[in-house]
Design a protein around this ligand. Sequence first.
Ligand code: SF4
Length: 212
Amino acid sequence: MATPREDMYKKSAEQLVAALRRRRFGAQFCATVQEAKEAVLALIPEGASVGWGGSETVNALGVKQTLREKGQPLFDRDSAPTRDAQLEAMYASQLADVFLMSSNAITEDGCLVNVDGLGNRVSALIFGPKKVIVVAGMNKVTADLESAISRVRHYAAPMNAQRFPGESPCRRTGRCADCVSPDCICTNLVVTRLSRVEERTHVILVGEDMGM
Ligand code: SF4
């Protein structure tokens, strides 16, 4: 039997899928992480090259390991032995056939909101890869743009900063100081209002909490 949270996520996803489609995104709801994994794999053509941005959500899907086992051509930044090799994979991912990522927040009316330090993730979201697959737990949905930006700056970014080396203030204190540190992970704040090429960006909403 579904929990109240699962019920709420499922019901609210109906309107959000419609809102995303109105903005020309591909969009679907998957009740579980496993369903979302299968949906992602179904969207990746055989032989297509695949890259990804840093994402706890994409990690949790387990899709990368499946793609490795299938012998899919990958720009595999995770397996890069050096920082230079990792950067090369990030550059190459900008021209991947398929790019995998999450979104730091999604508004109820269907905008994607992201911050990025280096910019490789939001760069690929905007232009480059032929297809971008965005997987996001319904816990990332916010009422409006203002609350999405607040979530990203005051929750997701300070939380994500704990995963990276560096000296951003939020890594020390857990709170955003609106920094201009060289280690800042909030260099770019990007709002994606629509998919200019219809369904180039495909959003998979997951009825479980995922990521930060
Ligand atoms: S302190 Fe800097 S890195 Fe941390 S959340 Fe604020 S702007 Fe981002």
